[in-house]
Structure formats: C-alpha cells, structure tokens
Design a binder for this molecule. Structure first.
Ligand SMILES: C[S@@+](CC[C@H](N)C(=O)[O-])C[C@H]1O[C@@H](n2cnc3c(N)ncnc32)[C@H](O)[C@@H]1O
Length: 299
C-alpha cells in the first residue's frame, strides 16, 4: 500500500486537524507515556521504549539492545567511570549497562512523574534522577565521561540547550552518544502527502518537529563537539517498523464505524499512536526520515 492510500485510510477515521493540533509540552509527553504504559508493554516491549536496530535480517527482541551495545563499546573504550543517560525512560538501557559494567556509575534522568518513577532499581551502581534534560544543574560540571540519549532528543525544541548542558557536565574529551530519528530532507523538498505524513506521524508520538539531521549535526559541531562516528542505520530499523505497521494495519482493517468508535472512546494518546505505527516505515522507505547513531567528543 502506498503513502497516498495509507493517508486516505487515516483520513477516513481520524480528524486530521485535531491530530495536527495536539499539544506536545512536557505535561502532555508524561501523560502520553503514562497512558501508553500498558500498550507499549503489550505491543512492543515492557522495558526498552525505542526502535530496534536489526543487523541480521529479521526482527528479534535482542535488536532492542543493539543501541545500548553501541553505547557500551564507547564507554568501555574510554574506561568510563561515570555515565549519564538523558531521557532514560524505564531505565532499561542504563540498568543493562550497570549490571555488566559494575565498576562504572550510571545516572539516568527522565521527567518528574514520568516513566522512570516506577522503575525497580536492583543495581547499586544505577542512580535515577528526575528532571528536564534542558537543565542539568543538579550534576557537577566536568563530571561525566560519557553522556548518551536514545530516541528522546527528538522531543526537544531547543536542542542547542541540551547540547550545551551535556557539554557542561562532560569531562574534557568526554563522549556524547545520540541515537535518534530525524528528517532526511528539507520541508521544501517534500510532497504535500509527505508533509502531512511527517506531521501526523510525529504528533502521534507527541513530537513537535523532527529536525533535519544535517542541521542537527551542524548544531552538535557548533556546540563544541567533534564528530568521531556516524552511522545511518535507517534500513536497520525497518524490521521493527514493519512489525509496528502490521499491528496498525489490523486497526485500519476494522469496519470504519468500529475504528471511529474506538477513537472516540479511547484516549488520543493511545489511538493517535496507531497513525505513527502505520506511517513510520514509509517515511524511512521514501527517504523522508532517517535514523542515525552519532558519537561526538567534547573538544
Ligand atoms: C521514546 S522514550 C525513550 C526512552 C529511553 N531512552 C529508551 O531508549 O527506552 C522517550 C523518553 O524521553 C523522555 N523525555 C522527553 N522529553 C524529556 C525532557 N525534556 N527531559 C527528560 N526526559 C524527556 C520521555 O519522558 C520518555 O521517557
């Protein structure tokens, strides 16, 4: 099914103007993760709230650990003593690393009252923190060997601020690992359908605006980092995204009256997610979006 047909099916059941006008502030983001807590566990994974990176063909649960393995290679490479994860979600990434790297201290930060609040911490070298990644004043300057953030910087509308804060808490030569999704083109290069697809897909996940990757990379460099590794893993996200698409397709195959009834009866934080799940695979296939591992060093 092509993008045009998918959008036609979405428009049949969703109020597009309403979806596009969804608020994406921090309160809304917290509510989104609270409401989707069960559905993420049921339809995706109870711990890892990000897309898997599949290096060998078909999707396996273990692919969700692949981004974390990338972080581990770098932290072991510099024998990191102290690591900070921004937007740690349910703590799965840091807890995985903390169990395997017992000599390293792991600090994970996520929004107050958000996903990290209910996490069972069974690691003495993992320290949860509650706050906004735009303000890292609670951490000592020059104190971390590595800062990482997986699939969460996309929520920021002021990424320079987060980059400046990460730079501040990193030691000289400290590493910043960012793994995230972006736009691969400028908006003026997109068709109307593509613009609509990007907008409803991002709003379905409470993201205000996916940023163009080249612009983001320029910000990283301008913020005083030197890029040391960059990998476009977009095709490797497709197995996860296809599994999302399949689940969303089941929803769009329901009789229209039933889909509309569900949309009316259930919270939009849950139902709009179906739109993102339906479209993300196309955004990657059409080269509209990309998914990148970027490692940079504090200069
Ligand atoms: C897609 S989840 C990813 C969670 C985790 N990084 C993972 O890989 O499982 C996005 C996370 O970003 C967090 N987040 C969004 N905006 C934030 C902010 N301003 N400060 C801290 N965390 C934020 C959300 O609360 C949510 O837990």
């Amino acid at each position: 099914m092509n993008l045009e047909e998918k959008l036609r099916r979405i428009k049949k059941v969703f109020d597009i103007a309403k979806v596009r006008s969804i608020k994406t502030d921090q309160e809304a983001i917290n509510k989104y993760y609270k409401i989707n807590s069960l559905s993420y566990s049921f339809f995706h994974d109870p711990s890892y709230i990000h897309i898997g990176i599949t290096r060998n063909g078909s999707y396996q649960k273990d692919d969700l650990v692949e981004p974390v393995r990338v972080v581990e290679i770098y932290l072991q490479g510099i024998k990191a003593k102290k690591v900070l994860e921004l937007a740690a979600g349910r703590g799965a990434n840091s807890l995985y690393l903390a169990k395997r790297n017992t000599e390293t201290e792991f600090h994970g930060l996520d929004l107050p009252g958000g996903q990290l609040s209910g996490v069972k911490n069974n690691c003495s070298n993992f320290y949860p923190h509650f706050g906004d990644y735009h303000n890292l004043d609670e951490f000592k300057p020059n104190s971390f060997d590595l800062v990482f953030i997986i699939e969460s910087l996309c929520y920021s509308n002021d990424k320079e601020k987060v980059l400046a804060q990460a730079r501040k808490v990193l030691k000289p030569n400290g590493l910043l690992v960012v793994i995230d999704g972006y736009l691969n083109k400028n908006t003026d290069e997109l068709s109307n359908d593509e613009i609509l697809a990007v907008d409803v897909a991002q709003k379905g996940m409470l993201i205000e605006n996916f940023e163009n990757y080249d612009l983001f990379k320029a910000k990283v460099i301008k913020s005083g980092f030197k890029v040391i590794f960059e990998e476009d893993v977009s095709p490797l996200t497709l197995p996860t995204l296809r599994s999302f698409e399949k689940k969303a397709d089941a929803f769009f195959c329901l009789p229209i009256f039933l889909s509309k009834l569900l949309i009316r009866a259930l919270p939009h934080e849950f139902t709009n997610n179906v739109i993102s799940a339906f479209l993300l695979v196309d955004l990657i296939n059409l080269d509209v979006g990309n998914y990148i591992i970027l490692v940079s060093k504090k200069g």
